[in-house]
Design a binder for this molecule. Structure first.
Ligand SMILES: Cc1cc2nc3c(=O)[nH]c(=O)nc-3n(C[C@H](O)[C@H](O)[C@H](O)COP(=O)(O)O)c2cc1C
Length: 205
């Protein structure tokens, strides 16, 4: 099968990319608008891009030619929280992707508990075991109808039982949820390790 993206509709290319770039982590983003209304939404075009300083990115597409609430909130308040999604909060996370009106408090709507963050003025999800408090670094328009949000992590919240010591996370316990394509998700709970065993003559020390 050969497919040229220039011959496809944007929805068709979206389906290809979201089926091929898998599994994707989910940034469950909490933000607040200028009137104090709390917002929650998941974004799976998401990754960490550098650790010095700690910067993450996620991409927000437009909806019918207008910006989504998360982008409006982040542009006006310049801060947000990324809540790690586990299997236990899959359903409310998925519910929060509905197109709620801007004035709706989505914590209440999907049944999750908001607790204050330490360094940014928005709520984090209590039911999520790890949260990243972020300040906006930059918003970069990408392509025809998307924006890349770069956030600097200014605080890590990690529940003690998910911390293995020496800055390591207990991923087996965390059981993070991943997005696949369409309505499909994946459970990450089958891990294995590989040791490095290359021919040392060909390796630069
Ligand atoms: C698991 C999941 C991942 C999603 N990833 C993205 C994404 O990467 N970019 C995006 O624009 N929308 C994504 N969406 C859709 C948004 O969550 C949805 O448009 C939401 O209503 C936006 O909320 P807001 O208007 O409150 O910002 C995703 C939805 C789900 C369920």
């Amino acid at each position: 099968m050969d497919i040229k993206p220039e011959n496809c509709k944007s929805r068709e290319v979206y389906k290809l990319l979201t089926g091929i770039v898998v599994p994707r982590p989910i940034a469950f983003v909490s933000s607040k608008d200028k009137n104090g209304v709390h917002n929650l939404a998941p974004f799976s075009f998401y990754t960490a891009i550098t650790s010095s300083p700690p910067i993450i990115m996620f991409a927000i597409g437009e909806r019918g030619g207008t910006k989504k609430d998360t982008l409006n909130n982040i542009e006006s308040q310049r801060e947000f929280v990324i809540n790690v999604v586990t299997e236990e909060i899959a359903a409310p996370m998925n519910d929060s992707s509905a197109n709620f009106k801007s004035e709706v408090d989505e914590f209440k709507e999907v049944g999750l508990t908001g607790v204050p963050a330490r360094k940014v003025d928005c709520l984090r999800v209590k039911e999520s075991p790890i949260q990243l408090e972020c300040e906006l670094e930059n918003v970069i328009p990408i392509g025809d109808h998307s924006h890349m949000v770069l956030g600097r992590v200014v605080h890590f919240h990690i529940e003690d039982e998910y911390y293995s010591g020496n800055f390591k996370i207990n991923v087996e316990k965390l059981k993070p949820l991943a997005r696949v394509s369409g309505p499909n998700y994946a459970k990450l709970n089958d891990f294995f390790s590989l040791e490095k065993s290359f021919n040392s003559k060909k390796i630069i020390d």
